[in-house]
Every structure is written in structure tokens, then in C-alpha cells.
Design a protein around this ligand. Structure first.
Ligand code: PLP
Length: 387
């Protein structure tokens, strides 16, 4: 491979050095964390130290962190009508989701399809608080799930304001903070989140580890998704992924320490990238530009461009970019996020996401703009795509 620049950090981030060290060290421990002997206790110590590190990232108590096998699984575990608060066993009447949630939330968890309702977003991709107010009025004691930042546009959602609306209706708020963690502040109390989801691989931990975090011990899940040996205080059976969890904890600690400085650096690079794009292609559209966004994310389109072609062209030039959300089939699906924002289908099909991270440099961004200068004209003349 020639020179490459990785611009797909919202799909996954490279493993942090500290995470790799913690992973390797944990692999060397032979014990099962549920065993009482010294080897087992050593593994348990590793898991509990990581629980503390992950809790600290979101201002929670370690006892409220439940490790899962992914952000997807944490979302699925959270979204259940059976969730109890302070012993109240009445099932939740319905699930309210914004129209731009990740597919793992859009799937609706364990609510019947008929009990799930969507809340509209505005043209900048922010959830409408008026629509939320109306929706909670029609769904007593709902469970509401809102992402803190969108994976495609990076648009930050008004979660704290939403929490006040949800709580006034005796509802519970679940916050998918998978993309926000490590990039903006994610303090559960300040957000007003009752439940929060994290995923290790978006912050420099390994793929295949996540966490569901509750705001306090009054919240219970009587219907765990995975039953068996009772690990993770009964929420998630199965021997813990000790090495993955250790690495998640290490990554959480690094992003907590470096977040503010990194966010400033990211923003400067993203501004450079967007200014360059606009200078070279004044007709380029940057989605969500009118709202507050994650400092690392740009989703843009050029009239007449097809995202699949653009992604391949960039790949051949040495850049890993994406056409929105990564999906397991590798196929490009039309973005439900842009559709919810009212973007026209031809523009939606041309949206390319560039997401930056801690190893991105000015040189990467300048190289990208050089490639764009070369490719833009040809890319905007895609047959069948209206310019
Ligand atoms: N939520 C959001 C907003 C995401 O972007 C992702 C992954 O892309 C997930 C949840 C799922 O996380 P995981 O890949 O760990 O299943």
C-alpha cells in the first residue's frame, strides 16, 4: 500500500497504545474472573479497575457499569419495556426514538414494533424538542432513546433539554453516547441520562466490547438479554472478555485525559478541511453545518456526485472515507439520517463522511484537499445523478 490517510474514525478508531498494553497484560492472566483462587482474583481486579475507568469517563459509579459485547448489545439491553425504577414493575408504555438514531436503536430493542414511535429532527439534524414534548404527552412513562451525537453528521443533540421534558413526563432517558464519548463531555448527571451506552472501539479500545451504564442502583433490568452464569450482576451472562474490557478501560482513561486538547486540534483540522472543500467547490453542501457538531466529523455532498464512486476514487488515492454509516453488508444504504433532515434523494446518495482522529495531521488534510482538487470535477458528473 502507498501512503494512506485514515479518515473513517466514526466507523472505528485504531487501537490506542495504552489499550494494546492493557490487552496484552490481561491476556497473560490465566484466571476466570469468577474463580476464587489467586488467578481468578487477578482477572477480577483487571475487570474492576476497567469498570472504574469507564465509569469515570461518564461521571458514573463503577457499580453502575455493565460490560457488554458491543454498543449494539448495550442498546438492545437498555431498550426493554420491563425496566424497573425503584421497584416500580409497571412496564414502560412505549419507546420514543429520534428519527436519526443508529440502527441498533432503530431496531427498537424488545419493544413491540407498534409501541415504537419516531420523533422528527430539523433540517440541521437536531431532534425537535416540540415534537418530543408532544410525543411524551401521548405516551405516559415512556422510555426515550436519543443519541448524544450523530454518527453520520456529527450533529450534537440537545440531550439535557430533552431529559427535562422526558423526566417531567415520568419517562426514562437512554443516551447512545457511542460517537460522543472522548470527543465531547459525556457526564451522565449533566446530560440527565438515566442510561447510557458506550462502545470501546470508537475511543481506541478493541472492537467487540461495550458498556451499558445506569445513573443509579434504583434502576433494574429484570429481563436480561443473555441469561446463564449471572455475570455482570445478572445483566449479561458469559465469562467476561477480560482483555477487551481491560483495553476499554485503558482507552477510556486516555480519552478522558486528552479530550479537551484533542477536540481543539480536531476542530482546527476540520475547519481547514471544510474551508478547503468550500474554496475548491463552492457548491459543496456540508450537512448539519448550522448546528453544533462533533469536532471531528464532516458529512458533505457535491451535486451530481455518487458516494460509492467517490469512496472508491478516494480509496485508490490513499484515503479511507465512508459514504455515511458503515454497514455489515458493505453496501451503501440510503441514509435515514439525511432523509429525516429533508435532504433530497440525489444529494443523499452523494454524501461522503470524513471523520478525523488523534493521528490525523495537517498533512493528511492537505493531501485530502489535493486529491479533492483532482477528483471533484469528474465525481460531480456521475451519470444518472442530477447535479
Ligand atoms: N451507536 C452509534 C451511534 C454508533 O455509531 C455505533 C457504531 O457505529 C453503535 C451504536 C454500535 O456500536 P458497536 O459497533 O459497538 O456495536
Amino acid at each position: 500500500m502507498g501512503e494512506r490517510s485514515y479518515f473513517d474514525w466514526n466507523a472505528t478508531a485504531p487501537l490506542r497504545d495504552a489499550a494494546r498494553v492493557a490487552f496484552d497484560a490481561a491476556l497473560a492472566i490465566p484466571g476466570n474472573p469468577s474463580s476464587v483462587h489467586a488467578e481468578g482474583r487477578a482477572a477480577r481486579r483487571v475487570v474492576e479497575a476497567a469498570r472504574e475507568q469507564v465509569a469515570t469517563l461518564v461521571g458514573a459509579r463503577a457499580a453502575d457499569v455493565f460490560f457488554t459485547a458491543s454498543g449494539t448489545e448495550a442498546n438492545m439491553a437498555a431498550l426493554t419495556p420491563a425496566i424497573e425504577v425503584a421497584g416500580d414493575k409497571r412496564p414502560r408504555s412505549g419507546l420514543l426514538l429520534s428519527a436519526i438514531e443508529h440502527v441498533s436503536v432503530r431496531a427498537g430493542g424488545r419493544f413491540p414494533r407498534t409501541a415504537v414511535a419516531e420523533i422528527a429532527v430539523n433540517a440541521d439534524g437536531q431532534v425537535s424538542l416540540d415534537a418530543l414534548t408532544e410525543a411524551v404527552a401521548q405516551s405516559p412513562r415512556p422510555l426515550v432513546s436519543l443519541m448524544l451525537a450523530n454518527n453520520e453528521t456529527g450533529v450534537i443533540q440537545p440531550v439535557a433539554a430533552a431529559a427535562a421534558i422526558v423526566h417531567a413526563a415520568a419517562g426514562l432517558l437512554h443516551v447512545d453516547a457511542v460517537q460522543a464519548a472522548g470527543r465531547i463531555e459525556c457526564d451522565m448527571a449533566r446530560l440527565g441520562a438515566d442510561l447510557l451506552t458506550l462502545s470501546a472501539h470508537k475511543i481506541g479500545g478493541p472492537k467487540g466490547v461495550g458498556a451499558l451504564i445506569r445513573r443509579g442502583e434504583d434502576i433494574h433490568f429484570p429481563d436480561p438479554l443473555v441469561r446463564g452464569g449471572g455475570q455482570e450482576r445478572g445483566l449479561r451472562a458469559g465469562t467476561e472478555n477480560v482483555a477487551g474490557i481491560a483495553a476499554f478501560g485503558a482507552a477510556a482513561e486516555v480519552v478522558r485525559r486528552e479530550r479537551l486538547a484533542e477536540a481543539e486540534r480536531m476542530l482546527a483540522l476540520r475547519d481547514l478541511l471544510e474551508a478547503g472543500l468550500k474554496a475548491l467547490s463552492p457548491q459543496a453542501i456540508i450537512f448539519g453545518a448550522g448546528a453544533e457538531r462533533l469536532p471531528n466529523t464532516t458529512l458533505f455532498a457535491l451535486p451530481g456526485m455518487k458516494a460509492e464512486t467517490a469512496v472508491i476514487a478516494f480509496d485508490l488515492e490513499g484515503f479511507a472515507v465512508s459514504s455515511g454509516a458503515a454497514c455489515s453488508s458493505g453496501k451503501v444504504q440510503p441514509s435515514h439520517v439525511l432523509a429525516a433532515m429533508g435532504v433530497s434523494p440525489p444529494l443523499t446518495r452523494g454524501a461522503v463522511r470524513v471523520s478525523l482522529g488523534w493521528s490525523t495531521t495537517t498533512v493528511d488534510v492537505e493531501r485530502f484537499l489535493g486529491a479533492w482538487r483532482k477528483l471533484a470535477t469528474a465525481l460531480s458528473k456521475e451519470p444518472g445523478i442530477a447535479a
